[in-house]
Design a binder for this molecule. Structure first.
Ligand code: HEM
Ligand SMILES: *[C@@H]1O[C@H](CO)[C@@H](O)[C@H](O)[C@H]1NC(C)=O
Ligand SMILES: *[C@@H]1O[C@H](CO)[C@@H](O)[C@H](O)[C@H]1NC(C)=O
Ligand SMILES: *[C@@H]1O[C@H](CO)[C@@H](O)[C@H](O)[C@H]1NC(C)=O
Length: 320
């Protein structure tokens, strides 16, 4: 009995150590491709870096691609599947159509990764790494990404339409839609800081700049210049009025000065439960960066396919 009570804890500690280093089937791990594709992270970073050098906005687009992948069936690259006459994917869903960008960059990464380590790395992991590098390459934090996600053989148009929040969402809707994915209100407020980069089309913020009450009047007037009451639906505007090309904490300063572009953004600073956190991030970029990295890891861990589930697609746009 004495022996037993000594050996069992030792065994458990060794198991824990082993799984921490190597990962367990069913879990994501930092070292997943360490032996099978040692150049993976170098390839991803280099292609993402070139894409951003060509067009800065691509950093924002790749970050959003990851969010829209993970919120629909989990982080399984379901968003990448093209429609065919016999298959309906997620690309035509309302939040994605004429909106989500970056598919060609993922293709370019996949081509190079396949050339280096064939049939080994999932498209879902490539999307997760591309999002991390995008943030870091435009001034945001760096963090380690756990890997081992596998690619879905299915997609869900209906989940893409129902599970992604829209720009007119209330605070309570935002909190409950993130809770449905296992993310807290704080995760929601931190991840919304992604809106410190990128652009939006006029039709998605028109109602806010003409009809909302809690909006900075000079900011509303500025946005109205290129987003008329009717027409010009696709005219772009930066989401962060101050520094749309750099990943910083300016988004939270925007909210404190009532310059959130979407109704949903300003809901985070409108006298409700997230006001204190928004105020903190508006003055403490280091806290935002460190919390953002933590919440991105949680976003990236939403119901991944692991072990023998799913597949490693050879072309990210179609099932094998
Ligand atoms: C909290 C709820 C959220 C809502 C309601 C929301 C809504 C939107 C909308 C309406 C757009 C503009 C789309 C267009 O013009 O077609 C947008 C853009 C964007 N969103 Fe969100 N979003 C949310 C959360 C997030 C999260 C969690 C991330 C990433 C972690 C994210 C990253 C982005 C980025 C980077 C862009 C700009 C993309 C580009 O320029 O290509 N958003 N979002
Ligand atoms: C560079 O960016 C432009 C958009 O600004 C895009 O049309 C073009 O395809 C990109 N080229 C490459 C090589 O990524
Ligand atoms: C990532 O992990 C490596 C090795 O475990 C560590 O040396 C490095 O500091 C970590 N990087 C970050 C940004 O956390
Ligand atoms: C409105 O925005 C301007 C910056 O354009 C800022 O200086 C001002 O403080 C804001 N007003 C309010 C009430 O926050």
């Amino acid at each position: 009995m004495a022996l037993m009570s000594y050996r069992l804890p030792t065994f458990l500690v060794l198991c824990l150590l082993f799984s921490y280093v190597h990962g367990q089937p069913g879990q994501l791990a930092l070292t997943f491709y360490q032996n099978s594709c040692p150049n993976l992270q170098t390839i991803v970073r280099s292609v993402v870096s070139q894409a951003i050098a060509n067009e800065t906005r691509m950093a924002a687009s790749l970050l959003r691609l990851f969010f829209h992948d993970c919120f629909v069936q989990g982080c399984d690259a379901s968003i990448l599947l093209d429609d065919t006459p016999t298959f309906t994917g997620e690309k035509t869903a309302a939040p994605n159509a004429n909106s989500v960008r970056g598919y060609e960059v993922i293709d370019a990464i996949k081509t190079q990764v396949e050339a280096s380590c064939r049939a080994t790395v999932s498209c879902a992991d490539i999307v997760a790494l591309a999002a991390r590098d995008s943030v870091n390459l435009v001034g945001g934090p760096m963090w380690n990404v756990t890997l081992g996600r596998r690619d879905a053989k299915t997609a869900s148009l209906s989940s893409a339409n129902s599970d992604l929040p829209g720009p007119s969402s209330s605070l309570s809707t935002l909190i409950s839609m993130f809770a449905a994915k296992g993310l807290s209100a704080q995760d929601m407020t931190v991840l919304s800081g992604a809106h410190t980069i990128g652009q939006s089309r006029c039709l998605l913020f028109r109602n806010r700049i003409y009809n909302d009450q809690n909006i900075n009047t000079s900011f509303a007037a500025l946005r109205q210049q290129t987003c008329p009451q009717s027409g010009s639906d696709s005219n772009p505007a930066p989401i962060d009025v101050q520094s749309p090309n750099s990943f910083d904490n300016a988004y939270y300063v925007d909210l404190v000065t009532k310059q959130g572009l979407f109704h949903s953004d300003q809901e985070l600073f409108n006298g409700g439960s997230q006001d204190n956190l928004v105020t903190k991030y508006s003055t403490d970029a280091a806290a935002f960066f460190s919390d953002f990295a933590i919440s991105m890891a949680k976003l990236g861990a939403i119901t991944p396919l692991t072990g023998k589930k799913g597949e490693i697609r050879s072309n990210c746009r179609m099932v094998n």
